[in-house]
Design a protein around this ligand. Sequence first.
Ligand code: ATP
Ligand code: MG
Length: 591
Amino acid sequence: MAARSVPMKNLPLRTGTVSWRARVALFVLTILAVITVVVTNALLTDRFTENTRNRAELRLALYSGNLLSELRRNAIVPQLLSRDPALIGALASGDFSNSTQRLISFVDEIGAASLMLLDRDGRAVAATDRNRLGSMHRSDPYFIDAIRSNETVFTNMRREVGSFVFAYSRRVEQQGGTLGVIVVEVDLAKFERAWAGISDAVLVTDSEGTIILASEPRWRGQTEEAALAAEPAISAIQRAIQATADWSALPADAYVEGEAVMRMQSRIPFRGWMMTSFTTYDSVRERVNGVLALEIMGFAILLALAFYALSRKTALRMALFQRESAELRALNMRLQREIAERERVQETLAVAEQTLEQSSKLAALGEMSAAVSHELNQPLAAMKTYLAGARLLLQRNRPEEALSSFQRIDDLIRRMGTITHQLKSYARKGGSALTPVNMGDALNSALSMMEPQLKQRQIRISRAVPSQPVMVLGDRVRIEQVMINLLRNAIDATGAVDDPEVDIILAAGETATLTVRDNGLGIEDLDQLFEPFYTTKAAGEGVGLGLAISSGIVNQLGGRLTARNAEGRGAVFEMRLPILMDDADEIEAAE
Ligand SMILES: Nc1ncnc2c1ncn2[C@@H]1O[C@H](COP(=O)(O)OP(=O)(O)OP(=O)(O)O)[C@@H](O)[C@H]1O
Ligand SMILES: [Mg+2]
């Protein structure tokens, strides 16, 4: 037998790949991430640059303000000291024993870097720095300028490499005569030190463009251009960072290498000085990068989640598909088994059909012979009774009467011959010819056949037959068979009742109707009544063929055999056969 495969249901096989919708979503997410990062980068860079610029400007303003206030504060000192009687007295008398002490007592209050008193020749006669006592300053600009001027003069002078001296000086005079010069050195170096603590690089140029103050010491004394050439702002800043303790934990390279530098300049309203600061963008980049890193991380997490969800979905779908396919496989196998089973059954059926075809003829023959033997029972029983009667009559020497019994037996034998003839005619496949039958006569002969049984029991039989003969077209013997079967059943049914009674009514209307009614126990099962071999009787008393044969006969004659339970007690059987009108009646009916 060829194995057949059942085609599987066409499942959507999307399990292995990501759906286009998911792809689009991922693509959009990536694009969104890129756009967000780019936009944020631009916005934050602008914003933080602006911020840094503002802070640098603010710092610049603060630095220059500090510088200016320091200068202004010191500017007044020479004027005050030039009027100090003790100093004037000392210069006039040439006794400077207390002068240095006096200057030292002032210097802290003033907050100046140093104070120095020069005599008329430019010799330091008193100084807060005792090492300078006796040093000559005749050629120093602050002495020369002060001698020439009536005002306080400001000098910035390069002392050694990289260090500038900022000094206010003024002539000390008495009655128009010059006694000496008082020099106040302003401490601006402290600002440099303060600036060096910040990550910016700061420088101050004088009106000639020379760097006089700078957070980067190597710049001092040069022009900005030269200074930057020698020491780029970037490395100056880098060193400034390295000098800053707070930053030392971080590698300086990361902040400044290859970074652009922001240059800011502001004017200090003092002798044309300018202050310039350099700030790296590193802090800007640093902060922007921080935010960008956060954003990128966020998107990465989002993507990871998306992928996780997708893979989960795919896994679930995969599991579902596997389960479905397993179910389908099982189903397929079951179907194949079923198909194999069916095929086997079909083959068996074909064989059975063949056998049946052969045996059905035999079965019909068997059915027929069963019916025939069933119907022979009644005449045989009657014959037995008549024979017994005849023997009795002969013994009593009444041969005439015995002769009539023999006549009856002869009739019965003829009848039995007719019944067996049916079997022969069936075998020839031809029905016996139908003849007009008088129902009343048929009923009479049926009753006479029943006579021996009826005599055995006290059964009241009432018979109502119309005066006109009731004619049907049929087979007399077979019609009588039906009547005998109905009567026998009625007699059997009334076996247990006290007052057995059977009514037989023959009526002619549209059909010829024979009604057999008894007052027995009634029909138990109306549905199975006409089934062959359905019987409620004990074995030997009945085989259940009577009604099956009878209804077969009535149907063959184009009539109907029906049964019902009577309203009071007992059963009612009705045999209806198409009525046969005689010629005269037919003509009347036609007219
Ligand atoms: N007049 C009736 N009253 C009650 N029950 C009946 C009557 N006629 C038939 N039956 C029921 O119908 C059954 C079938 O009747 P049927 O004549 O076919 O077979 P049977 O009488 O049992 O046996 P047999 O083959 O000898 O006639 C009976 O066994 C009985 O139960
Ligand atoms: Mg019967």
